[in-house]
Design a protein around this ligand. Structure first.
Ligand SMILES: [Zn+2]
Length: 320
């Protein structure tokens, strides 16, 4: 009997071994299947992520009522778009969709549409640079696109000049002031100044005040408190102007309601009050409530929001 039992036991053992092997094979197959499924899932996820990235990278500003405006900031990207004149906004209200002011809204009393291409230079950082004693334009530098400044004070002085973008932005700015009834009699007393004119001006001041000092150096140091040496004046850029409604530029202008309106609203037109009272230690120039500098609306808006002067903003943007 034992001899009959032995083969039976052996067969049962073989059967268990075969069963175990089959189980292992089935288990291995399951693992393989799960592995393949996980890989497919991972590939699908990667494809989805790539598609989302590609769409996000080419994202256009969200729909706004103003195609001109939405293209304005986007124009700094590699695919500039021409303003669509057939679909001008009904309201003088502009919304930008690019960061950092993705939901920013500008409001104007005037129709800003004809001025948008000027207050938003194609390169939004084109006009963001310093002119000071250490960063000077060449002596023979003359901006190529100087035009007449229509708001030049009509008292016999020469017609002042500004670069085209700055002039058109200034026209919009003062038209808005007039429409609001806030600024009716502010005129431009000085805009672009050539190197030679600034040299002549500086020399005239030195001669006028030399009698007060023993040396030329002492006299120049004094004159530098209210004027600049040729080549170091921002006026050579053609992007700034002095404007007020006084006989001459004085800090008392700041007390006038016109000066307050200009300072509070200039950024909407791409201008900054270049030498604010609370930034004298940074600009190294005394408070000049009459001196406005065009930088373009994007930069002016950022500076307004950040509470920065041009020196601070240039450092913030890493443009030094
Ligand atoms: Zn000035």
């Amino acid at each position: 009997m034992a001899t009959h039992k032995k083969p039976a036991a052996h067969s049962a053992a073989n059967s268990r071994t075969a069963s175990a092997r089959q189980k292992r094979i089935a288990q291995a197959n399951r693992h393989l299947l799960i592995g393949v499924l996980l890989m497919l899932l991972a590939v699908a996820l990667i494809v989805v992520i790539i598609v989302l990235c590609v769409r996000g990278g080419g994202k256009k500003p969200a729909d706004t009522s103003s195609p001109e405006a939405s293209s304005a900031f986007a124009e700094s990207s590699e695919t500039p778009s021409e303003p669509d004149e057939s679909s001008a906004p009904e309201l003088s209200e502009v919304e930008y969709s690019e960061d950092p002011f993705s939901r920013y809204t500008y409001e104007y009393q005037i129709d800003i549409t004809p001025y948008l291409d000027y207050i938003d230079p194609r390169d939004v950082m084109e006009c963001v640079f310093l002119v000071n004693p250490t960063q000077t334009p060449a002596a023979d530098f003359v901006p190529a696109d100087l035009v007449d400044c229509v708001h030049t004070r009509k008292d016999g002085r020469a017609m002042q000049k500004l670069r085209l973008n700055a002039e058109m932005a200034l026209e919009a700015f003062l038209k808005e002031g007039l429409t609001c009834g806030a600024v009716t009699n502010v005129t431009v007393t000085s805009a672009y100044r050539s190197y030679s004119y600034q040299a002549q001006l500086f020399e005239t001041y030195c001669q006028q005040h030399q009698y007060k000092f023993k040396t030329r150096e002492e006299c120049e140091a004094y004159v530098l408190t209210f004027s600049t040496k040729p080549g170091t004046s921002e006026h050579q850029s053609g992007l700034c102007c002095d404007m007020h409604n006084l006989g001459s530029a004085e800090q008392s202008f700041a007390k006038k309601p016109e000066a307050k309106w200009l300072a509070e609203n200039c950024w909407k037109f791409g201008f900054i009050l270049r030498y604010p009272a609370d930034k004298e230690d940074i600009t190294k120039i005394i408070y000049e409530p009459w001196h406005f500098r065009f930088v373009g609306r994007f930069a002016a808006t950022e500076m307004h929001e950040l509470g920065m002067c041009l020196e601070e903003y240039i450092a913030y943007k890493g443009l030094e």
